[in-house]
Design a protein around this ligand. Structure first.
Ligand code: UDX
Length: 425
């Protein structure tokens, strides 16, 4: 079993560290946030992620994982070093590498001889080389091993991946990284670093393209009078298309897709290729936020300022409390920008959260709907299908539901005289 330092304990780092410990390796996770480290040492998990608390608790009690302050306190003791620091989007759309560069510069001097440093964060094409330069250690090897983890199912995705991609210019380093996954049953693909980095971006950009395509088809369905649910079902039977990632919605978001699509378009630019297809994928998504907001505004009628909107769902998708780049927030900002008042409920978002200045967040879906003229559904939480719809009808002032995820049972709502406006039907 190997010794692994994980630098950065966000979604990716914490999942990576906990899963490697679960696979039997000795893991030390490092972060610069002292409060977070203290919490983690105590077994408290700062994010909502199915199964993560259990495997962290098991690894802590088996002595397989430790949490330390500062990267050097982890790296000086380990053979592998997973860089899991954020790579946020800069103003020009490119990825900001400053965290990655400073982490590499920090651990470089303390690495044990022949260490392998692994880029797990999504990094621009060519970053493996950048990390190598900042490490300043000729004996260390830098490898790309991108993550394909979905929030909410990250632990499952790590332990049962569709594939493991390793990008290395040094074959021995690739074999050493592959061995870390010996207990994982999945195809392991070894390629050069630039191809591995491109695989990550191309995968996310392809999925985002699929979603913008589906959302555009949904718009077309509204124009021609087709039902997008049937259209995508009929498409999905074709194995070349596949059933996954065909659900239309209020637009797509999250911490990865928007920044990765923008970054890939930017990378293409820098290398002299104008990736117009990707720009249009982003444009269709912006338009989808606006179209969804407009459905609500149209339903509110002329004087929006005296109207009340109830919103169900704030996170960027069900199963997570993550609000980063959430389509729900995008849509609600456009509605509140037009002057309507919004009361929202999300099962994973605490009451009175401060991040959303124009949205009052409450802790119950029916309370959110009190006196509302329109209800808008923005995240596909399963519990929304099971609220008491008689009570909903009693509490609301209006009778319109804009179902931004085609999630609720239309028949149940129609029986209670609701007008249901969906996406693409
Ligand atoms: C994504 C990728 O799936 C993952 O492989 C990568 O490593 C990180 O980015 P995640 O950000 O957790 O994962 O979200 P994902 O489940 O892919 O959903 C992204 C967005 O697309 C969400 O806003 C979601 O609601 C939306 N979506 C997804 C749809 O609108 N319809 C679908 O059918 C699927």
């Amino acid at each position: 079993m190997a010794t692994i330092a994980v630098i950065g304990t966000g979604y990716v780092g914490l999942t990576t560290g906990a899963c490697f410990a679960h696979l039997g390796h000795d893991v030390i996770c490092a972060d610069i946030d002292a409060e977070k480290i203290a919490q983690l040492q105590d077994g408290q998990i700062p994010i909502v992620e199915e199964g993560l608390d259990r495997i962290v608790a098991e690894a802590l009690s088996a002595g397989k994982i430790r949490f330390v302050l500062g990267a050097t306190n982890a790296s000086q003791h380990c053979e592998f070093h997973y860089l899991c620091v954020p790579t946020p989007q800069s103003d020009d759309g490119s990825a900001d590498l400053s965290y990655l560069e400073s982490a590499a510069a920090e651990i470089g001097p303390v690495l044990p001889p022949e260490s392998v440093v692994v880029n797990k964060s999504t990094v621009p094409v060519g970053s493996t080389e950048v990390v190598g330069k900042h490490l300043g250690r000729a004996d260390a090897r830098v490898v790309s091993n991108p993550e394909f983890l979905r929030e909410g199912t990250a632990v499952q995705d790590f332990l049962h991946p569709d594939r493991v991609v390793i990008g290395a210019s040094d074959q021995e380093a690739a074999i050493r990284v592959a061995a870390l996954y010996s207990r994982v049953r999945a195809p392991i693909m070894v390629t050069d670093p630039v191809s591995a980095e491109t695989i990550k971006y191309a995968s996310n950009a392809f999925l985002a393209t699929k979603l913008s395509f589906v959302n555009a088809i949904a718009t077309l369905c509204e124009h021609v009078g087709a039902d997008v649910n049937d259209v995508t079902l009929g498409m999905g039977y074709d194995t070349r298309i596949g059933k996954e990632f065909l659900k239309p919605g209020p637009g797509w978001g999250g911490s990865c897709f928007p920044k990765d699509v923008a970054a890939l378009a930017r990378i293409a630019d820098q290398f002299g290729y104008d990736f117009t297809l990707l720009r249009e994928v982003l444009n269709v998504n912006e338009a989808q936020f606006q179209r969804t907001a407009q459905k609500v505004l149209d339903a509110l009628g002329d004087d929006v300022t005296n109207k009340k909107v109830a919103a169900w769902g704030l996170s960027f998708k069900a199963g997570t409390d993550d609000l980063r780049e959430s389509p729900a927030i995008e849509v609600l900002q456009r509605i509140s920008g037009a002057g309507a008042q919004i009361t929202a409920y999300d099962p994973a978002v605490p009451e009175n959260i401060r991040q959303l200045p124009n949205v009052q967040v409450v802790s119950d879906p029916i309370v959110a709907a009190k006196d509302a003229d329109v209800l808008v559904v923005l995240t596909e939480w399963p519990e929304f299908r099971f609220v008491d719809f008689d009570q909903l009808a009693e509490q609301m002032r209006g009778r319109v539901v804009v179902d931004g995820r085609n999630h609720l049972d239309m028949a149940i709502l129609k029986r209670r005289n609701f007008r249901v406006i969906g996406i693409g039907r």
